[in-house]
Design a protein around this ligand. Structure first.
Ligand code: C5P
Length: 421
């Protein structure tokens, strides 16, 4: 059988060091590798190390006349059976999407007639940026295969999608694209290479929730009356989204279970969209275990007992009867759950006797804190919120502040409480 060959393009990101391990694994599978490094990749891995791994010359400078005479960029782009960009930075993906060819790597990518696999790795915000997502959509449409990055803790201390997949998984994908059988025994027993997995890399001062799982519910729920009508409330979801964003910024692994809202998912947050209270309850249970749960959603208290499949018609025979059934109290049922989160926080929107009602709710729901706010003004959908944290130790009141400031302050209290044990 003829030896399969890949051309590996290494672009410049912290994950470039994993490309050395990838070369070793691919060669073990009996696949030949030739490497091209961008200028910035050489800041992370030396061409000498890469050359030792590939047992070949490493290509880098398009204007090296000796290389161009011996082996031109067109030839390099055509000799391989597959071109793999690993890691693929946001920058090289943007250049590829725009058809820019300003160095050897991008010139090869523009000149090739071979399949291309891009293995992105970057900071979660760069990955989620609209420009990167637009470029990825363009590249997919152009026929480039994109390997999804892993989610998890990153070298920069943030959490979310953007991590380079582990080299054995990349090697397996390469084999699949080449139609080459993958022998997993050849990748076993390797030393761990995941720099990102080391908790020491978390900046625990700025990311005090690193390693913690935080569950947040947000927004309203919609309870169908028929296919076009529903029962709902005025919750915008903004406070819950701000809390999820603050928790993610502080390093937590955040699952946000959102009712129907028109809000952008905060960076690094795992979002699950639901419509009804029953769906929200089921997703909350699936998201357990969790260190902290913050139930900000304004769940509809009732749903229609029966919601017909067809629209209820105005037939002139009077108003149709609407019977209601009580929805489960998600917060109260979580308080009784065998996997009850260590810190369980409920919200209470009140229009009068705010503290008194919050204290009663704390006991009734069985949660640890109630965050009470006065909704007698324009809080629903507004930018500001005034809060009172009510727990067994008493009441702490905060002045009217923007929802993101309140969110950050609340998550700082949470981090403090977790640190106290
Ligand atoms: O009873 P009330 O709706 O005022 O309680 C508000 C708190 O309870 C909020 O934290 C809200 O997310 C939660 N809740 C819930 N399930 C319900 C109703 C409220 O989790 N069905």
């Amino acid at each position: 059988m003829e030896t399969k060959r890949i051309l590996l393009i290494v672009s410049g990101g912290i994950a470039a060091y994993k490309s050395l391990e990838l070369v070793r694994l691919i060669k073990r599978q009996g696949i030949a590798v030739r490497a091209v490094m961008t200028q910035s990749a050489t800041e992370f891995v030396t061409p000498l190390s890469m050359g030792v791994m590939t047992e070949d010359q490493v290509y880098g400078d398009m204007f090296d006349l000796k290389e161009e005479r011996e082996i031109g960029h067109i030839q390099l782009s055509r000799q391989a059976d597959l071109i793999v960009i690993c890691p693929a930075t946001a920058n090289i993906l943007a250049k590829m999407a725009a058809g820019i060819a300003d160095d050897l790597a991008t010139t090869i990518l523009l000149a090739t007639d071979k399949p291309v696999l891009a293995v992105p790795a970057m900071n979660v915000r760069m990955w989620q940026h609209a420009a990167t997502q637009r470029n990825l959509a363009q590249l997919r449409a152009d026929g480039v295969t994109i390997m999804e990055p892993d989610s998890g803790a990153m070298a920069c201390g943030e959490f979310g999608p953007g991590r380079l997949p582990e080299p054995p998984a990349i090697a397996e994908r390469i084999c699949a694209m080449l139609g080459h059988s993958f022998d997993s025994t050849l990748t076993a027993g390797r030393a761990p290479t995941t720099l990102e997995a080391q908790p020491d890399f978390a900046d625990i001062t700025h990311r005090p929730l690193f390693g913690k799982r935080v569950l947040v519910t947000a927004g309203p729920t919609h309870e169908a009356i028929d296919p076009v009508r529903y029962i709902a409330n005025r919750s915008s979801g903004r406070q819950g989204f701000a809390i999820a964003a603050a928790a993610a910024e502080m390093g937590a692994e955040v699952t946000l279970i959102a009712g129907p809202v028109h809000l952008v998912t905060p960076p690094g947050v795992i979002r699950i969209d639901v419509e009804t209270a029953l769906e929200m309850q089921s997703e909350v249970e699936k998201a357990l275990p969790s260190d902290v749960a913050i139930m900000v959603a304004a769940v509809a208290d009732w749903r229609a007992t029966e919601a017909p499949d067809q629209k209820i018609k105005k037939d002139g025979k009077g108003i149709p009867p609407l019977t209601l059934t009580e929805n489960p109290d998600i917060l109260a049922s979580l308080a009784q759950h065998k996997n009850r989160p260590g810190l369980l926080i409920g919200f209470a929107a009140e229009t009068e006797k705010i503290i008194e009602h919050a204290q009663a709710k704390l006991a009734k729901k069985g949660c640890d804190w109630i965050v009470a706010n006065d909704v007698s003004g324009d809080v629903m959908g507004g930018a500001n919120n005034a809060f009172h944290i009510v727990n067994k130790d008493g009441v702490e009141s905060w002045p009217d502040s923007p929802k993101d400031v309140i969110a950050r302050k609340l998550m700082e209290r949470v981090a403090h409480a977790l640190a106290q044990g």
